[in-house]
Design a protein around this ligand. Structure first.
Ligand SMILES: Cc1cc2nc3c(=O)[nH]c(=O)nc-3n(C[C@H](O)[C@H](O)[C@H](O)COP(=O)(O)OP(=O)(O)OC[C@H]3O[C@@H](n4cnc5c(N)ncnc54)[C@H](O)[C@@H]3O)c2cc1C
Ligand SMILES: *[C@@H]1O[C@H](CO)[C@@H](O)[C@H](O)[C@H]1NC(C)=O
Ligand SMILES: *[C@@H]1O[C@H](CO)[C@@H](O)[C@H](O)[C@H]1NC(C)=O
Ligand SMILES: *[C@@H]1O[C@H](CO)[C@@H](O)[C@H](O)[C@H]1NC(C)=O
Ligand SMILES: *[C@@H]1O[C@H](CO)[C@@H](O)[C@H](O)[C@H]1NC(C)=O
Ligand SMILES: *[C@@H]1O[C@H](CO)[C@@H](O)[C@H](O)[C@H]1NC(C)=O
Ligand SMILES: *[C@@H]1O[C@H](CO)[C@@H](O)[C@H](O)[C@H]1NC(C)=O
Ligand SMILES: *[C@@H]1O[C@H](CO)[C@@H](O)[C@H](O)[C@H]1NC(C)=O
Length: 632
């Protein structure tokens, strides 16, 4: 249900022809994959838990000089089907059970008791192997806010991260013809060219996209930044994570493992294995215990030792499960699950955030005539056949477009010049404890209070985007995304079965009432975008929530029945915050209260960037590798 709604919104219309035309060959000629637990050595310098986006990036960097031995332990297996490699739409993988964990959230009180499918990748390459390929960077304000939790001198800032954004990506500018025809602004100085993770543009754009992007410019205050990576809000074109040569998905496995792990004797990978817990001796992490991924008991458990460090990269959903299962987490929860407490770290699993989706209004342009448009790939078999032939012959054309290349990222003061300051005042007057679960530890409450204050400051400013609307060049548009929700969710081990059951996931959607206030403005703004700009010439008709839904109370009622609290961008469950603010890792990404244990994945983000998360995850992982090498 949720998935089909995403599919319609994103690209809509999954055109099966592309899927079936691709290869089924699953090359398994990777001599360094150890598919059996017993092939693993007794000891390595580093153990990386989770061979996903961050994990493979870090493992590549740690092994490149040949100095250290590294073992990556990945739950999923090597996957190279067309649902992974295909660029077009970029969203086949999220409906492929072979590539996904099977997790459902608890019923959401704020969403009329609805549950949500929790989508995260399960394969060598993790979520980068089936994400939507959209590549954008948050605003300067986001990364400066992260550092602000530690004070002025923090290296976690826009300036501190920019070198890692450059290192993480190999930028390919759009062709001059595409750039000229569509007014695409870009500035290669915000990018590098040395990484094997590619950011490139499609070779074709549907003609109406240009009209839609220009319409944003009719809204007072909307800027057109010099590049998608300039750290500024506004409307812009951005690249996709595609390798422009073969025009296939570029992701952590292709960029940091294929052809790399095979030639380095110090880089071992074991797949189809699940890490249960980190082992400690006198609070020092000494290794991990793992089992075959399909195990339902610890009968076949094995252990492997880490001489220097255990590096957690299992993602925002599973990293807190592993920490809690290892005795690192809220003591009360661990006792309920009969797990020995190694360190009482109340922040583990708290501070869970994702980007709520479908929070604006959906429109249909009933007088649209600008064909071809993306729906033709589905509705017009001639057009699809031509696109397929062009892709096969030249790797160009409509099938080089992933799930999106152009969007607006707008501050609250731009979408609501009348209400933004009042909303910020209201946030500042809040008692944050009232919006966290009863009994939440004081350090976690204090960290939440610090985040609300920082967000209130950013809500007043012009540098931080809260509203995102991506457009595709077609008639059915409008799915907005909320970039900085104030509600905080929680992830806990299932105390009845901490190791083999999936963790319990609660988004706590709309638990902070300021979110509803902000989302009312989203609906109003989305209407202005379609009705008060030149898009009004195309006969916009509101499909959802409906033009008659106008009062804040009615808009909120509609949101509760419709919004999805996730855009597949979970972060924050092992936050990099001071320990007295509920932090789990410090600025060196080391877990508080123990030694030899770090976290390098999306879970360390204290709060969401005003962008989708993959570009930031790669940059964090590049920085993490340098931090780890510096202390080796
Ligand atoms: C469907 C989808 C669409 C997305 N679209 C976009 C987009 O268009 N643009 C964008 O910027 N971002 C997008 N994202 C988000 C982005 O891909 C993620 O933020 C990012 O990949 C997360 O990286 P990670 O390293 O934290 O986790 P992951 O890449 O998910 O890696 C975690 C790895 O750990 C493994 N693992 C888990 N538990 C264990 C265990 N116990 N033992 C061993 N291994 C384990 C998992 O199998 C996985 O491989 C999307 C995500 C999804 C899922
Ligand atoms: C994965 O599939 C693509 C597309 O079919 C192919 O070009 C590539 O060589 C494959 N990669 C591996 C490592 O097998
Ligand atoms: C997912 O889990 C549910 C129950 O938890 C089960 O009924 C369903 O078959 C599972 N789906 C897959 C694809 O494994
Ligand atoms: C797990 O997979 C292995 C290898 O395919 C198989 O031999 C074993 O029976 C499976 N175990 C369970 C519990 O399903
Ligand atoms: C949406 O607009 C398209 C194109 O203008 C039109 O063909 C279609 O019938 C409309 N659909 C709805 C539900 O209004
Ligand atoms: C379908 O696509 C073909 C090829 O691009 C085009 O010539 C034709 O006009 C399209 N048909 C419709 C109904 O839009
Ligand atoms: C491939 O590109 C060449 C050169 O631009 C062009 O002549 C040819 O028509 C293209 N092939 C297809 C199938 O589009
Ligand atoms: C809006 O109109 C729809 C369709 O007529 C109706 O079902 C809905 O209850 C109305 N909502 C409000 C808030 O008036």
């Amino acid at each position: 249900m949720v998935l089909s709604r995403w599919a319609v919104a994103i690209g809509g219309l999954l055109h099966a022809a592309v899927l079936t035309s691709a290869d089924r060959a699953q090359s398994l000629a990777h001599s360094k994959i150890l598919t059996r637990g017993e092939d693993v050595q007794e000891q390595y310098d580093y153990i990386v838990v989770g061979g996903g986006t961050a994990g493979l990036t870090v493992a590549d960097r740690l092994t490149e000089k040949g100095k250290y031995s590294v073992l990556v332990i990945e739950f999923g297996v090597f996957q190279n089907s067309s649902s992974v490699t295909t660029v077009s739409y970029g969203f086949f993988g999220l409906i492929d059970p072979a590539l996904n964990f099977n997790i459902t959230s608890v019923p959401q009180t704020g969403l009329n008791g609805r549950t949500v499918d929790v989508i995260v990748g399960k394969m060598l390459g993790g979520s980068s192997g089936h994400n939507g390929l959209q590549v954008h960077r948050g605003q300067k304000a986001d990364y400066d806010r992260w550092g602000s939790y530690f004070g002025r001198r923090s290296q976690w800032s826009w300036d501190g991260l920019l070198p890692y954004f450059k290192k993480a990506w190999h930028f390919h500018p759009p062709s001059p013809e595409l750039a000229r025809a569509n007014n695409i602004k870009y500035d290669a100085r915000y990018w590098g060219t040395s990484s094997n993770i590619h950011a490139s543009f499609p070779t074709y754009a549907f003609p109406f996209l240009k009209t839609e992007i220009a319409a944003f410019g009719e809204i007072p205050g909307v800027q057109f930044p010099p590049d998608s990576g300039a750290g500024l809000p506004g409307a812009f074109w951005y690249p996709t994570s595609a390798d422009p040569g073969p025009m296939l998905r570029s992701f952590s496995r292709t960029g940091h493992w294929d052809g790399v792990a095979q030639t380095r004797s110090n880089y071992h990978t074991v797949t189809g294995q699940k890490v249960l817990k980190v082992l400690f001796k006198n609070k020092r992490a000494t290794g991990v215990t793992f089992v075959p991924a399909n195990a339902t008991s610890g009968k076949y458990a094995r252990s492997v030792k880490a001489k220097k460090e255990v590096i957690l990269a299992a993602g925002t959903i599973h990293t807190p499960q592993i920490l809690q299962g290892s005795g690192v987490g809220p003591a009360k929860l661990l006792r309920e699950a009969k797990i020995d407490v190694v360190v009482d770290l109340p922040g583990v699993g708290t501070n869970f955030q994702d980007h709520p989706f479908q929070v604006g209004a959906l429109f249909n342009l009933t007088k649209f005539t600008a064909h071809p448009d993306p729906n033709d790939l589905f509705l017009n078999q001639t057009f699809l056949a031509e696109a397929q032939a062009e892709y096969n012959a030249n790797r160009t054309g409509p099938l080089s477009i992933a799930s999106g290349n152009a969007a607006s990222f707008l501050p609250l003061r731009v979408i609501s010049p009348t209400a933004f300051s009042q909303i910020a005042d209201k946030c500042e007057a809040q008692d944050p404890a009232a919006y966290l679960p009863p009994g939440t530890d004081k350090t976690v409450v204090d960290g939440y209070a610090a985040q609300i204050r920082a967000h209130a400051r950013d809500l007043r400013g012009a540098g931080s985007a809260v509203y995102n609307l991506f457009v595709r060049g077609t008639y059915n548009e409008g799915s907005a995304i909320y970039l900085h929700p104030l509600s905080r969710g929680i992830i806990k081990i299932n105390s009845a079965d901490p190791y083999f059951a999936e963790p319990i996931i609660d988004y706590r959607a709309l638990s902070n009432p300021a979110d509803a206030d902000i989302l009312v403005e989203f609906t109003r703004f989305t209407r202005r975008f379609f009705l008060d700009t030149s898009l009004s010439n195309y006969g916009p008709v509101e499909l959802w929530p409906g033009a008659n839904v106008t009062s804040p109370a009615d808009i909120i009622t509609a949101l509760r029945s419709f919004m999805i609290p996730s855009s597949f961008h979970p972060v924050g469950t092992a936050p990099m915050m001071p320990r007295k603010l509920g932090g789990v890792v410090d600025e060196d990404l080391l877990v508080y209260g123990v030694s030899g244990l770090s976290v390098v994945d999306a879970s360390i983000m204290p709060d969401l960037p005003g962008a989708y998360t993959q570009q930031t995850v790669y940059a964090i992982a590049e920085k993490a590798a340098d931090l780890i090498k510096a202390r080796a």
